[in-house]
Design a protein around this ligand. Structure first.
Ligand code: ZN
Length: 320
């Protein structure tokens, strides 16, 4: 595990501390800083954003078609680094009908040392990994499945049934994927592919493969959002008149992929991904849906606004 993680870390996390703290997922410093969990409700459903921490990389990776000067200017105007774009890992726990369902597993240590905080954030709300009944991932990239495996190779959520999209499982897990479409060095691609297989290995027996469009549990519908990966889904959590849309990796950071229309480099099929993004963002804007962006600044909640030029991201106010 460290081999792949080291190489990936070397690329995207320019810090010398990378593996000084390659420790089990539960060990990042305890609650020294701010809260990494955020509670709210969707009708009768209790929802909690649980941060798994951060990943990041060169802005160019996440805005593959941006003119360089314009990209730099947009980042500077947002007071962001022009060298490295930081992305959050906003997993969501929903509690409904006596079941605890985790949407996205998070990265763990697969994409650098700043992931893996989900376990301490679970503990902060009084839960242990064995309290999770179901984990559903939108797609099988390492930052969404990394925490499925403990450091010693066991199931990290020992009681949970794991759901993954069938088309992603076929592409990334059952086969050796051709990742030449990703705008990253060949070592990164190889380690990325290996991190996926290693992360899901403990849960391969008993994996539940779903087709996007299925309602996996009452109150949680999956929506096709193909393109970023062959099977990526979005999630619609609904109860009564309340709805919450989880857009997975339709966009990485609202500054470059919502407020600007730039295309994420890791999208496998850029045309299909763009069509999915427009269809779902248009729905979010038209229906004024509450949206959770997996990689947006924590807690990742806001709404999509339709503008003359495209879209704008409007974060919601923090609720106490
Ligand atoms: Zn992601």
């Amino acid at each position: 595990m460290l081999t792949a993680a080291s190489a990936i870390t070397g690329l995207i996390v320019p810090t010398g501390m990378a593996f000084a703290q390659a420790a089990p997922a539960a060990s990042p410093p305890a609650q020294a800083g701010n809260a990494g969990h955020y509670r709210f409700r969707v009708g009768d459903i209790s929802a909690t954003v649980l941060s798994d921490g951060l990943i990041g990389g060169p802005p160019r990776v996440y805005a593959s078609d941006a003119p360089e000067a314009e990209l730099q200017e947009v980042l500077r105007h947002a007071f962001l680094s022009t060298d490295r774009l930081t992305l959050n890992l906003n997993t969501l726990l929903i509690e409904t009908n006596g079941r605890r369902i985790l949407l996205e597993a998070g990265a763990g240590q697969t994409m650098g040392p700043q992931g893996g905080r989900i376990f301490q954030n679970l503990a902060a709300i009084g839960l242990r990994p064995e309290d999770i009944d179901v984990v559903i991932v939108s797609h099988t990239h390492p930052d969404h499945v990394g925490n499925l495996r403990t450091a010693d190779g066991a199931k990290a959520f020992p009681r949970a049934t794991i759901f993954a999209p069938r088309a992603d499982w076929d592409f990334f897990v059952r086969n050796d994927p051709d990742l030449s479409y990703m705008p990253v060095p060949v070592d990164f691609r190889r380690n990325f592919a290996a991190a996926i297989k290693r992360s899901v290995e403990p849960v391969t027996n008993g994996i539940e493969l779903y087709e996007a469009g299925a309602e996996i549990v009452p109150g949680l519908t999956t929506l096709p959002a193909f393109g970023h990966t062959p099977g990526m889904a979005n999630f619609l959590v609904h109860s009564g008149n309340d709805q919450l849309l989880l857009t997975a990796d339709l966009a990485y950071h609202p500054i470059v992929n919502v407020d600007r229309p730039w295309l994420p480099g890791p999208d496998r099929d850029k045309d299909t991904a763009l069509a999915s993004r427009r269809r779902i963002f248009d729905m979010a804007a038209a229906d004024r849906l509450l949206v959770l962006g997996f990689h947006y600044p924590f807690p990742g909640l806001g709404r999509m606004l339709r503008t003359d030029a495209g879209y704008a991201w409007v974060p919601v106010n923090w609720q106490f």
